[in-house]
Design a protein around this ligand. Structure first.
Ligand SMILES: [Zn+2]
Length: 133
């Protein structure tokens, strides 16, 4: 809760990994349906049908998604930085208004990653999602 309290977070991942279970644990009364674990591969069934937003006790929002593919269908490449606040913050400093922060010259985000101001792990995650859009 320390990490996501007061922030906007999106749960994304393959179906059956327990995203809805996590929301239920964090948000009293969320009561999201979760699938029983299948005997064969120990993974839950895909039960999240649509993205849902939940307010966290003590502030902040958490978004449960059916899976990254379904989530990505509703996101434009130019909107992706909104889900990475540290990237969104630097976007206005990029040379180009439509910078995707992947290859453009004069990109403030890539400069920040190289300088260690933005986590390389987060940036790789951003690029992986960007590729799917
Ligand atoms: Zn950029």
């Amino acid at each position: 809760m320390k990490v996501i309290g007061g922030r906007r977070s999106v749960l994304a991942g393959a179906s059956g990994v327990g995203k809805s279970t996590l929301v239920n644990a964090l948000v009293p009364g969320a009561n999201l349906p979760t699938g029983p674990v299948r005997q064969k591969d120990q993974r839950g069934r895909h039960v999240t049908a649509a993205a849902s937003v939940h307010e966290l006790p003590g502030g902040g929002l958490i978004v449960d998604t059916p899976g990254i593919r379904e989530l990505a269908m509703g996101i434009e490449a130019t909107e992706l930085p909104w889900y990475f606040p540290e990237i969104a913050e630097l976007t206005p400093r990029c040379r180009f208004n439509d910078c995707t922060h992947s290859h453009e010259p004069g990109c403030a985000v890539r400069a920040a990653v190289e300088a260690g101001a933005i986590s390389a792990r987060r940036y790789r995650s951003y690029l992986r999602i960007l590729e799917t859009l």
